[in-house]
Design a protein around this ligand. Structure first.
Ligand code: TRP
Length: 340
C-alpha cells in the first residue's frame, strides 16, 4: 500500500458514464483504490457549468447518477474520498489567486481548450469561465497536494498548465506549499463511438451507457458501424478501425477465440451479425452485475447524498488547511496590531 502519494481524479457531471469511461478510467480507479491510501474522486460540478451553465438540471441529476455509476462499478466509499467540487468553496479562492499567474495568451494556447473551443464554435464569445477552467483545475489538484493525476492524453495539457502555476508560485512567492503533479497515463485506449467516430461522446449520441438495459445494448450493438466494405459474409473484412473488434479487444475474456475470429473475419466467411451477437453477450455479461447494483443504489439516494456531504466536508478541511498555508506565504493573512 502506497501511503505517500496522493491521487486525484475527477469527472464533469454532464451525463452518465459510458463503457468508454469504464475502460478509460474506472478500471484504473478500481485498482488504484487498493494501491494508494489517499485517493480523491471529485465530481466537478463547477467545471460542468463552464459549458453547461444553461443546463443546470442535467448537472444536478448527473451528480447522483455519477455516484450511482461509481459505486455500482465497485468504487468503495471506504477507500476513496468522493466529493463535490462546489462543496469545497476554497477551490474558488485558489482559482482567484492562480488567475494572476496565467496570461490570456497562455490559456488560448492550451491545446485541449483550443480544441474544445473550436468544437463548440465559441470564437471570441467564449465564456471566461470556460477559457479559464484549466486554472480552476489547477486549484482542484493543488488544494489536496495531489501529486498523481490519472489522465487520458487530452488531460496532459491541463497538468502541464497546473505545474506551470505551481512553479510560478514557488519561485515568485518563495513558497513550498504547492506540489507539482505527474500524470498516470491510462493503458487502455479510449473506445470509439458505436458509429465509428474516434470518440465516444455524450453529445454525439454514439455511447453505450453503463445504465443501458440489456435490450438497449443489443439494439445499439446490432446497429454498430463495422467495415463498410464487408458487404457479404464471404468478403474479407477489416479488423483495424472496426469498432466492433475494438470493443471485443477491450472486453472479450476469451482471447484465443478473439484471435481466431479476427483471422476468420479478415479471410472472409465470418459475418458481422455473428460477431455483434458475441459482443452483445460479452457486454451484457459485464454490465448485468453493474445494472443490478445500480437498481439497488437507486433506492438509497438519500444515503448516497449523505456520503457525498460527509466526504466533501472531509475534503474541504484539507483544502482549507492548504489555503491557510498558501495565504500565509503570500502575505494574505491580516491581523489587527493588537492581536499580533
Ligand atoms: N477535466 C476533467 C473532465 O473533463 C474533470 C476534472 C476537473 C478533473 N478537475 C479535475 C480531472 C482535476 C482531474 C483532476 O472530466
Amino acid at each position: 500500500m502506497n501511503t505517500k502519494d496522493i491521487v486525484l481524479t475527477g469527472d464533469r457531471p454532464t451525463g452518465r458514464l459510458h463503457i468508454g469511461h469504464y475502460t478509460g478510467s474506472i478500471v484504473n480507479r478500481l485498482k488504484m483504490q487498493h494501491e494508494y491510501q489517499t485517493t480523491y474522486v471529485m465530481i466537478a460540478d463547477y467545471q460542468a457549468y463552464t459549458d453547461h451553465s444553461s443546463n443546470r438540471e442535467l448537472v444536478k441529476e448527473s451528480i447522483i447518477q455519477l455516484m450511482i455509476d461509481y459505486l455500482a462499478c465497485g468504487l468503495d466509499p471506504e477507500l476513496n474520498t468522493i466529493f463535490i467540487q462546489s462543496l469545497v468553496p476554497e477551490l474558488c479562492e485558489f482559482t482567484m489567486i492562480y488567475a494572476n499567474c496565467v496570461t490570456l495568451a497562455r490559456l488560448r494556447r492550451n491545446p485541449t481548450v483550443k480544441n474544445e473551443m473550436q468544437q463548440k464554435g465559441y470564437g471570441d464569445a467564449v465564456p471566461v469561465g470556460f477559457l479559464t477552467y484549466p486554472i480552476s483545475q489547477a486549484a482542484d489538484i493543488t488544494a489536496f497536494k495531489a501529486n498523481l493525476v490519472p489522465a487520458g492524453e487530452d488531460q496532459l495539457a491541463m497538468l502541464e498548465q497546473c505545474n506551470e502555476i505551481v512553479r510560478h508560485i514557488r519561485h515568485n512567492y518563495n513558497s513550498d506549499v504547492l506540489q507539482e503533479c505527474k500524470p498516470i497515463l491510462s493503458r487502455v485506449t479510449r473506445l470509439p463511438g458505436t458509429d465509428g467516430q474516434a470518440k465516444m461522446g455524450k453529445s454525439l449520441g454514439n455511447c453505450i451507457y453503463l445504465s443501458d438495459s440489456a435490450d438497449l445494448v443489443r439494439e445499439k450493438v446490432m446497429g454498430m458501424f463495422t467495415d463498410p466494405n464487408h458487404l457479404r459474409v464471404e468478403d474479407p473484412g477489416k479488423v483495424e478501425g472496426n469498432p466492433v473488434f475494438t470493443y471485443l479487444d477491450a472486453f472479450e475474456p476469451d482471447r484465443e477465440q478473439l484471435a481466431e475470429w479476427k483471422a476468420w473475419y479478415q479471410r472472409g466467411g465470418l459475418g458481422d451479425v455473428k460477431v455483434k451477437r458475441r459482443l452483445v453477450e460479452v457486454l451484457n455479461g459485464i454490465l448485468e452485475p453493474i445494472r443490478q447494483k445500480r437498481a439497488e443504489l437507486e433506492k438509497s439516494e438519500d444515503e448516497l447524498w449523505e456520503i457525498l456531504f460527509t466526504h466533501s466536508a472531509r475534503a474541504r478541511a484539507v483544502a482549507q488547511e492548504t489555503l491557510r498555508e498558501l495565504k500565509s506565504d503570500l502575505g494574505l493573512i491580516y491581523k489587527q496590531n493588537a492581536q499580533k
